[in-house]
Design a protein around this ligand. Structure first.
Ligand code: HEM
Length: 426
């Protein structure tokens, strides 16, 4: 058997984490070309690590061999959110998934639909009001935040603006801790981002616990009555669900959607009239611009990926950006071609990994799907839009959540107003 292409380098000095964080896409692209292989090794987080950039490798890691590759319980996610499903393994993870699934499917999901409609209407109705180009990423992040705080905590921006604002700020501080170095250092007048984040987490936990104790309605009420492993589990999961992570991921997809269809009136009309075309547009948006760069596991025993040996204790990282551009599966991989999903790639949605894949895939996919369709339909029905100014640098950054590095600005024109303007002049 051939060894994994590349080399794992010496401890500490051979570590490539910083190079990866600086530009993960070039990092992978250079090595794919150098090794002529979409699976290779490097030292990441000071551990020899297999990088998986092919569809076949991703399916093996996340589906067929998911029992051999485990979540890392010492991941930074545990530092920030405590013990949640995200970093659990084995029977514990199965039981948690079983319990939590009911919150994101069936009648719970159905009962969210009116709120989703109203929040889209409230946050998107004024995009053309100022007459100035809108910074779409910020507008969509606000929409995502209103969605999660309303759905998961019963806190509505229009009913409790001060509390809403306070939680939003705490979530932002908490988030910055997640992406700063885990150094808990405090001196008078200065504290590291990580320690500020831990303070924010404590304050959020007070609000969450109060909600869990006193609110019997909606998601909080249902979560409070689920069979969970211990008394802190419900609050830690709520902290995860309301964190800035989800609004940012939603804003990432909505921004990519508006950019992909800006200046293409025909595609917008077609997406508005044909739900299947909208479905293929959204698939293509998540293929080319997945919000998260990927996910990480640790090999629990000696095994193989794509025919290469992966020893026990090796890390394994799937890179969604590269998996989604695997030319074996996606022809003209860099081109935005929604039609591929009703042609050559029809029925191959399971070759994507924007929401993970296999038994540990995202639990919020259905909710996200409902939300995205609602938000996109609102935009399509009510607006024409175009980049303003027409020439902007749309180069993406991929970490921590993907989006154009320079926030793009877009001008929206209301379709209904255009129509009434037209009839006024007739
Ligand atoms: C655009 C929105 C979202 C994206 C792109 C996304 C993406 C992902 C990805 C990539 C994973 C797998 C990570 C891995 O393989 O290690 C994941 C897991 C997960 N997601 Fe999402 N997610 C989104 C929204 C949501 C929402 C709205 C919820 C629910 C509140 C949610 C709940 C979860 C949970 C609980 C897991 C862990 C599942 C497990 O470990 O078994 N996600 N998500």
């Amino acid at each position: 058997m051939y060894k994994l292409p590349g080399n794992a380098g010496v401890p500490v000095f051979g570590d490539k984490s910083l190079e990866f964080y600086r530009d993960p896409v070039s990092f992978c692209q250079q090595r794919i070309e150098k090794h002529r292989s979409r699976v290779f090794q490097c030292r990441m987080l000071n551990r020899p690590t297999a990088f998986i950039c092919s569809v076949q490798g991703m399916r093996e890691l996340l589906c067929e061999k998911s029992n051999l590759f485990l979540k890392d319980p010492t991941d930074l996610m545990t530092n920030m959110y405590g013990d949640t499903i995200v970093t659990s393994n084995g029977e514990e993870a199965c039981l948690l998934r079983l319990s939590l699934t009911s919150l994101f499917t069936g009648s719970c999901l159905e009962s969210s639909s009116d709120y989703i409609t109203s929040v889209c209407e409230r946050c998107l109705k004024d995009l053309s009001l100022s007459g100035q180009p809108e910074c779409v990423y910020s507008a969509f992040k606000r929409l995502g935040t209103e969605l999660v705080l309303g759905l998961f905590l019963n806190i509505r921006a229009e009913e409790q603006p001060d509390l809403f604002q306070e939680i939003m700020q705490l979530c932002t501080q908490h988030w910055h801790g997640l992406i700063s170095a885990p150094v808990n250092l405090k001196v008078p007048l200065w504290s590291s981002g990580f320690s500020t984040a831990l303070d924010a987490r404590d304050k959020l936990m007070v609000i969450i616990k109060d909600k869990l104790e006193n609110d019997t309605q909606g998601f909080v009420g249902s979560l409070g009555s689920l069979p969970l492993p211990d008394s802190t589990s419900a609050s830690q999961h709520l902290l995860l669900f309301i964190s800035a992570l989800i609004p940012k991921a939603l804003a990432s997809l909505l921004t990519s959607f508006t950019l992909a269809l800006s200046g293409n009136k025909q595609a917008r009309l077609r997406a508005m009239e044909d739900p299947d075309y909208l479905r293929t547009v959204l698939l293509e948006v998540q293929r080319l611009w997945p919000p998260f760069i990927g996910g990480r596991r640790i090999a629990d025993q000696d095994t193989t990926i794509a025919g290469f040996p992966v020893p026990k204790d090796y890390g394994a990282i799937y890179i969604s950006h590269s998996v989604h551009r695997d030319p074996e599966v996606f022809q003209q991989p860099d081109n935005f071609l929604p039609e591929r999903w009703s042609g050559r790639n029809a029925g191959q949605e399971h070759f994507l990994c924007s929401f993970g894949n296999g038994p540990r895939s995202c639990m919020g996919t259905k909710l996200t799907d409902v939300f995205l369709k609602e938000a996109c339909m609102y935009l399509l029905k009510h607006y024409d839009w175009c980049l303003d100014p027409p020439s902007q640098d749309l180069e993406y950054k991929w970490l921590p959540v993907s989006r154009p590095a320079n926030p793009p600005t877009i001008s929206f024109t209301r379709l209904d107003l255009t129509r009434s303007d037209r009839s006024d002049t007739n």
